[in-house]
Design a protein around this ligand. Sequence first.
Ligand SMILES: NC(=O)c1ccc[n+]([C@@H]2O[C@H](COP(=O)([O-])OP(=O)(O)OC[C@H]3O[C@@H](n4cnc5c(N)ncnc54)[C@H](O)[C@@H]3O)[C@@H](O)[C@H]2O)c1
Length: 553
Amino acid sequence: MFNFVVNRGVRVASVERRIYNTFVSSNVPRTVSSFATVDAEEISGSNPAEVLNLVQGKWIGSSNYNTIVDPLNGDSFIKVSEIDETGIQPFVESLSSCPKHGVHNPFKAPERYLMLGDVSTKAAHMLSLPKVSDFFTRLIQRVSPKSYQQAHAEVYVTQKFLENFCGDQVRFLARSFAVPGNHLGQQSHGFRWPYGPVAIITPFNFPLEIPVLQLMGALYMGNKPVLKVDSKVSIVMEQMLRLLHTCGLPVEDVDFINSDGKTMNKLLQEANPQMTLFTGSSRVAEKLAVDLKGKIKLEDAGFDWKILGPDVQQEDYIAWVCDQDAYACSGQKCSAQSLLFMHENWSHTSFISKLKDLAERRKLDDLTIGPVLTFTTESMLEHMNKLLEIPGSKLLFGGQPLKDHSIPSIYGAIKPTAVYVPLEEIVKDKNYELVTKEIFGPFQIITDYKSSQLPIVLDALERMHAHLTAAVVSKDPLFLQEVIGNTVNGTTYAGLRARTTGAPQNHWFGPAGDPRGAGIGTPEAIKLVWSCHREIIYDIGPVPKNWEVPPST
Ligand SMILES: NC(=O)c1ccc[n+]([C@@H]2O[C@H](COP(=O)([O-])OP(=O)(O)OC[C@H]3O[C@@H](n4cnc5c(N)ncnc54)[C@H](O)[C@@H]3O)[C@@H](O)[C@H]2O)c1
């Protein structure tokens, strides 16, 4: 009997597999060559890749090329065809052709919810194929150098996100609700409504994950997006759009533009999208918020902090998490640990020397440390030197340029660095701004505090302007409660294993404390960013018998 059950289980599983394989082979392209126009390994100065734009369903070039240099050796290895201000008209027209009620909504073309579920199923499957996953991992590494594991994590999160929105899950995002009315025939229904024409602007550091997650969210809810990714890395998303097309995404559904910031700014002002999602620096975020009259949601700068509570334990583990949080991807995660508050109990342990050892293991060979794309070596060292002028501050480790490399001088290359600054100095007005400046590289500030100084730590956190990620490392529930209850960061990890980085598809990631704050990843994030509430109040009658015109009110 037992045998029979087992055999039957095997048979059923193999039948299911056959059905699945038939489905997959007839519906989904299986190889990189079915969509890709470049070979991640072969791109070089002598064999440069070209990146195109997509508008009104057509891939187009331009006469204006932005030449991207290989961040590891300075070779001109990618030619991005960029649209300048004279070329934006087709993009403006394409966006303007989409009405405010969107491409689909619960009352219009609902079959598109299912179509996008199918596209997600096929695209998730494609990303699960080792060859395809390796292709994107290597392509990410070529333009935004990070270790294979870190680049692969980006592909994996994107795959899992797409798996989350297979089948009927897209239409469930647009789930409505109803409330009985005041009289017969009246009922109010709440719907998730698209914005229609929308724009998505994303930075260089997550070339696949951020644009795909936001783009699919925008599409799922019925919007027509124009997407702009930082030209340094836009080759990744160009290839991903080609993959999505082979998985059934209609070519007219998304426009893709390569341009400088100024041209994009002009496009936004002329096309006037109903909503723009901006991920990037606070400087550009604030400018766009004004230019677009507030029709924007923001994922902006992170100056992310971690507090080690008074209970010292698991030193090795916590030092390892701190090293990953501060220095993985060479500190170029918006969630990277920028400021570590360490209870004095930790100062009496070998925690800092453990952190130093871990940071010093990182090497350029495997990209566990690598080029910094928005700060030069000089600017990071200059910042460090200014910090070292603060009384009581000292260099804990790092603080030197990387050696023996060919990273071009427009980019930065420094060893993982930590500077100690005393808490009393951090909170002084004359130092605070300098200490809390986001350095998008392998750089962190470390300080210590006594239990009696926790209110000063909390005050320092209150004064920050960006509230993205945070971590409170402790097993003491009362300590966790006090810190969480007195802070606002949108993605806060709490407990022994707390980290600042980690933006998987299974939890919300985004800032809090700002009504313009966006989120990424989860159904809640998609609904909040990419749809608005619409209420339809059905009032179909009947009018009561013997109704008479009442006195005016
Ligand atoms: N909160 C998040 O989820 C998140 C995620 C990743 C990065 N970031 C932040 O991004 C920053 C790093 O990226 P960066 O330095 O490349 O950012 P950036 O603001 O310079 O650029 C981001 C994007 O905006 C475009 N852009 C620039 N000026 C523009 C304008 N006037 N109009 C329209 N678009 C314009 C750029 O071309 C790029 O595509 C860091 O501050 C980091 O913390 C935040």
